[in-house]
Design a protein around this ligand. Sequence first.
Ligand SMILES: Cc1cc2nc3c(=O)[nH]c(=O)nc-3n(C[C@H](O)[C@H](O)[C@H](O)COP(=O)(O)OP(=O)(O)OC[C@H]3O[C@@H](n4cnc5c(N)ncnc54)[C@H](O)[C@@H]3O)c2cc1C
Length: 359
Amino acid sequence: MVQKFDLAIIGGSFAGLACARSAALRGLKVVVLDAKPDPGAQVRTTGIVVKEASDEFDLPARLMRKVHGVRLYAPDDRSLDLSAPGYFFQASDMPGLMRWMADEAARAGATLMYGRKFDGGLEYERGVVMGDIHASFLVGADGARSRVAEHFKLGQNRNFLVGLEIECEPLAGVDDRFVHCFADSKIAPGYIAWVVPGVGATQIGLAASRPARLDLGGLLKRLNPHANIRDIRVLSRRSGLIPSGGVVNKLGSRRVMLIGDAAGMVSPVTGGGIHTALHFGRRAAVLICEHLGARGIHPVDALVREAPRYRAKLVLRRVMNLAPPNALINALLMTGPMRTLAQRLYFHARGEAQESFAS
Ligand SMILES: Cc1cc2nc3c(=O)[nH]c(=O)nc-3n(C[C@H](O)[C@H](O)[C@H](O)COP(=O)(O)OP(=O)(O)OC[C@H]3O[C@@H](n4cnc5c(N)ncnc54)[C@H](O)[C@@H]3O)c2cc1C
């Protein structure tokens, strides 16, 4: 028997669940389909949430841990402490956060179908049919390699960073006031490596522009002076692609729309996409609701106008893809202009630190 919905969402992660909750609260009949067996499974992200997202969304404090500063290391191990007044990042218990978001979407009235993979559908004038499901509108929130984008011939991500992370039992010696970032073209060409004092765990990871090889062993050796690497007890491993080419060129069609990583809504410089996934997940719900209910402006047209452009960040991404030699990073990283640039990247337009991290 065909089940009829106003909105079907492929992908039950940040973008899809934010969209589902908001659309269901606004009265739409919503279904979420996700291939993974349960919301907390197959985590791919470090899960650092920027302050802007914490301001915009009420995320449960028990699943988060605030970190106020960034310690940025040059390849020669000199370091720079960065912060901004009132600013913080939040590390998160990712499986817990995903389960909480799924519960919230279900509580709002959305139907969640985990363990259900999207592999195609038929778009026609009045909606989309996928086997036994009919929806008036379909949202593709299915991540960097979106099957929805591919199937409906929408814009697809072409450029990626590749990321890899291990989550370990809390590691002694890690200064937990900072997210530790390592600029090193030998270990993480085109991006950085990181150590995050997370929620009940330490996260150690790195990313690089594809097709570079990720040198996790090199990173662990590099961390030796800073933490007790020999005592590492790995709890889980995560890896995934991060779109780095900006927003895709075709965000939707008459009855289908892309959001989150599927739409390329990820900062090409920092690789951060959680805030945009949450923001545009919710926005998509509002736009679709207005369109279906009151025949408002087409949601894809509205989304195209609102989507981030990332113009300067795309230029900077091209420079980063060149993976400057470590000697150059050593020479430049501690200079005033680089400090200002790093401050802007991590803390956006906010001012210099007034906070003291002296122990
Ligand atoms: C290693 C790594 C570290 C990162 N760290 C950070 C960070 O610290 N902070 C930050 O802001 N961003 C980070 N990012 C980016 C961030 O994870 C993404 O921008 C964010 O998860 C995007 O959310 P999304 O909902 O759009 O997609 P995703 O989180 O990728 O979710 C897509 C969902 O779609 C489902 N799916 C996929 N295909 C199908 C299908 N065919 N049928 C059904 N379901 C399907 C998947 O199971 C998944 O649940 C990181 C990324 C990686 C890879």
